[in-house]
Write a protein that binds this ligand. Structure first.
Ligand SMILES: [Zn+2]
Length: 144
């Protein structure tokens, strides 16, 4: 009887599976989306009509939210924005490109009449602060 309860995954497979679930749940984009949803906002994901394909878009309000990983987008002054010790030149160039693209997207979005909020990965850890910022940025849930 006991044998029937044993699942068919090897420990390695199970660990990979659990890792995927954990990662998906804690991804900054997911934290923001879940919070917006819980607050009652309706939104579009990766809206192609706005510059930079923002993570979350509110076309009716003409507002967009970019959620940036602190490492990949090199959050200024953040302790998570570390520089790898190997292949440093490669990373410096990569980060520079990412930041240029971020800046370009921001400028183009604002020029196109979009209001932009950037949420950094480290800011998604403090739930109350994040929630307050989202509500302040978006206003009441019932809006055009
Ligand atoms: Zn950060």
């Amino acid at each position: 009887m006991r044998q029937a309860l044993v699942d068919h995954l090897t420990p390695a497979q199970r660990s990979a599976h659990m890792g995927r679930i954990r990662r998906a749940d804690t991804k900054p984009e997911w934290i923001v989306r879940r919070m917006l949803h819980a607050l009652g906002y309706r939104f579009r994901l990766q809206w192609a009509a706005a510059p930079g394909r923002p993570d979350v878009a509110f076309p009716g309000r003409r507002k967009i939210i970019f959620v940036h990983g602190c490492f990949w987008h090199q959050h200024a002054g953040c302790r998570n924005a570390t520089m790898p010790r190997t292949r440093t030149e490669f990373w410096q160039e990569k980060f520079a490109r990412n930041r240029e693209r971020d800046m370009r997207d921001l400028v183009r979005a604002e020029a196109g009449g979009w209001t932009v909020l950037v949420v950094w990965e480290c800011e998604t850890k403090a739930k109350a602060g994040l929630e307050a910022r989202l509500v302040e940025f978006l206003g009441p849930t019932i809006a055009p």
